[in-house]
Design a protein around this ligand. Structure first.
Ligand SMILES: [Zn+2]
Length: 65
């Protein structure tokens, strides 16, 4: 297993293989190992997040926003 495959398997959100744009909400499947190696997917000028919209909302609530 390569370093990138290990890294991609180290986090449940990376194993899921989905990323979201925090600006427009677009989602796409991604190969986490390949993205870590060759460049993370971008949308609307920002790198896409591995946190789903529901998860980001939960984090914001947890921070008291
Ligand atoms: Zn976007």
């Amino acid at each position: 297993m390569s370093f990138y495959e290990k890294a991609a398997n180290s986090h449940p959100s990376l194993q899921r293989g989905m990323v979201w744009c925090a600006v427009c909400g677009r989602s796409q499947r991604t190969d986490a190992a390949g993205s870590l190696q060759h460049g993370w997917p971008k949308c609307c000028g920002f790198t896409m997040t591995i946190d789903s919209p529901e998860e980001r909302e939960a984090y914001a609530k947890a921070r008291g926003e």
